[in-house]
Design a protein around this ligand. Structure first.
Ligand SMILES: Nc1ncnc2c1ncn2[C@@H]1O[C@H](COP(=O)(O)OP(=O)(O)OP(=O)(O)O)[C@@H](O)[C@H]1O
Ligand SMILES: [Mg+2]
Length: 485
């Protein structure tokens, strides 16, 4: 009999409920017995608990760790960095803290990626520094150069966004339309170094989230008032599948995969804006702790959990170690130099970077592992997401988020409705001929592929009838791509 080993996946996601709970329950539900290297691997999850530890004698029982606690529980950060070489950290502190938004703009521009004109501007307010008794202002400020904000505005052009060089949640982000508005916004910006970035006039906002090599582009509605509504296609419409052309799809997923691989970010999102001429501009891609709540991601949440589950199982069971930060940068710069010297097209350049990124994430090994060891994963995950267990997780999360009791029943119904729709689409994807799919389709008078390819309303209202067969075919091809969710 093969030796049995237990591969433990550690989970840390303080102040959040659904992600860790769903991962735990799904992995338990899978009840894995994976045969690899002459051993039988069982996979278990365990939560990382906050407690004192002996700094000089750290040990880890974990083969992989999902870490989403750097902000909420910094006590763990050094522990995780100490044990990093002995496990696989999904979200590591080295890459996370080393790279802010401004750094990533500059470095990706060096690779030739189409970043909007951006100027970095020193902080406006130094009062804290001036009041520090250890500071001698004459010495401190001798090396500071006066600058002309008007010139910054001229370089970038208007309208533009003034935003912190490092940050999130739209904090301190202001749109400015003129020099006067820029001066006004800058004077209020406080003690954070800022970026002034040209505003892109766009027709589509795409947020692509990646887990390892797997990518999912989602439409994003920045105009929605409430942040949890921003992944809805419209106020009464949950999702629109295949809202991108194949070329756009390839470009946003490649850009995200390249950025994520370059920075060792195995769970990160990239915001890209498609302008009216079809050019794609990434505007924010240092989000190495992207939003992972079903309250905002709704339809996309099961896909995220599935992608994360596959990736965690792969790295834990195959004992993969995370590559060192920056170890393959020379390869990217070699491609960059070749591309500059030969006048390579933008798409070709991205495709060459993408090859490095796929190797970085061991995409071929990952696919082979999933095919061999998780052959029924989609079906099992489908059963799990259709179970009362998941319904109860979703309901609990919704009740945590929407705290007003009178509001809760309608909100629960809203999210269960979208989830129900996901279940139908997922079944149509994995088993278009099933009796269930045929029954749903006949009640709606649609084909199984239309469940996936059309704009859809909540609660399974009939989809629009305009899905041309070419689009359907393209959509199905994309759906079968193993690196997509
Ligand atoms: N160059 C730009 N062109 C057009 N819109 C922009 C640009 N930069 C920022 N915005 C708008 O401002 C919003 C917030 O900017 P940004 O994403 O850079 O900040 P953030 O604090 O990181 O936000 P989040 O945490 O949601 O990612 C964007 O979602 C977008 O709507
Ligand atoms: Mg952003």
């Amino acid at each position: 009999m093969a030796e049995q080993v237990v591969d433990v996946i550690g989970l840390m996601d303080p102040n959040r409920y659904a992600l860790k709970e769903t991962l735990e329950e799904l992995i338990a539900f899978l009840d894995l017995h994976i045969r690899l290297d002459g051993k039988e691997h069982r996979v278990q999850t365990r939560r990382l608990k906050s407690r004192p530890y002996d700094t000089l004698h750290t040990e880890t029982p974990y083969r992989a760790i999902l870490n989403r606690g750097a902000h909420w529980n910094p006590h763990h950060n050094s522990y995780l960095s100490i044990i990093a070489p002995e496990t696989y950290l999904l979200n590591d502190m080295v890459s996370f803290f080393a790279v802010d938004k401004n750094t990533s703009y500059g470095q990706m521009a060096k690779l030739g990626i189409r970043i909007p004109p951006t100027v970095a501007i020193p902080q406006q307010d130094y009062s804290e520094l001036k009041n520090d008794p250890k500071v001698t202002p004459d010495l401190m400020f001798e090396d500071f150069e006066m600058f002309d904000l008007t010139e910054c505005g001229d370089v970038v052009g208007f309208p533009a966004f003034l935003k912190p060089q490092s940050g999130g949640g739209w904090v301190g982000v202001v749109k400015v339309n003129s020099h006067e508005e820029l001066v006004d916004a800058y004077n209020k910006s406080g003690d954070k170094p800022m970026n002034l970035q040209k505003a892109i006039d766009y027709r589509e906002f795409v947020r692509t989230v990646g887990v390892g090599p797997q990518m999912l582009p989602m439409h994003y509605n920045a105009a929605a008032e409430l942040s949890h509504d921003r992944y809805l296609r419209a106020p009464n419409r949950a999702v629109e599948h295949f809202f991108l052309s194949k070329t756009e799809f390839d470009e946003v997923t490649r850009i995200t995969r390249v950025i994520n691989a370059f920075y060792n970010w195995d769970h990160n999102s990239c915001e890209s804006l498609i302008d009216h001429g079809g050019l794609i501009h990434p505007i924010d891609f240092a989000n190495a702790y992207p939003d992972s709540s079903p309250v905002s991601l709704h339809y996309y949440f099961p896909g995220l959990v599935k992608a994360m589950t596959r990736w965690l199982i792969f790295v834990a069971v195959s004992q993969r170690k995370k590559p060192r930060f920056g170890h393959d940068w020379d390869e990217y710069f070699a491609v960059r130099d070749e591309a500059d010297a030969t006048g390579m097209s933008y798409q070709e350049r991205l495709s060459r970077y993408n090859e490095i990124a796929l190797r970085h994430f061991a995409a071929a090994e990952f696919e082979a592992f999933c095919a061999e060891h998780l052959p029924d994963f989609d079906e099992q995950a489908y059963d799990f997401f259709g179970s009362d267990k998941f319904t109860s997780i979703l309901e609990t999360e919704v009740r945590y988020y929407f705290k007003i009791p009178q509001e809760q029943p309608a909100k629960v119904e809203h999210y269960l409705g979208i989830h129900n729709f996901w279940l139908h689409c997922e079944l149509a994807r994995i088993n278009p001929q099933s009796v269930r799919v045929r029954a749903v389709c006949s009640s709606l008078s649609v084909q199984p592929s239309q469940l996936l390819c059309s704009s859809v309303l909540f609660m399974l209202s009939p989809p629009a009838r305009d899905s041309a067969s070419e689009r359907v075919k393209q959509a199905r091809a994309l759906l079968l791509d193993p690196l997509l969710w």
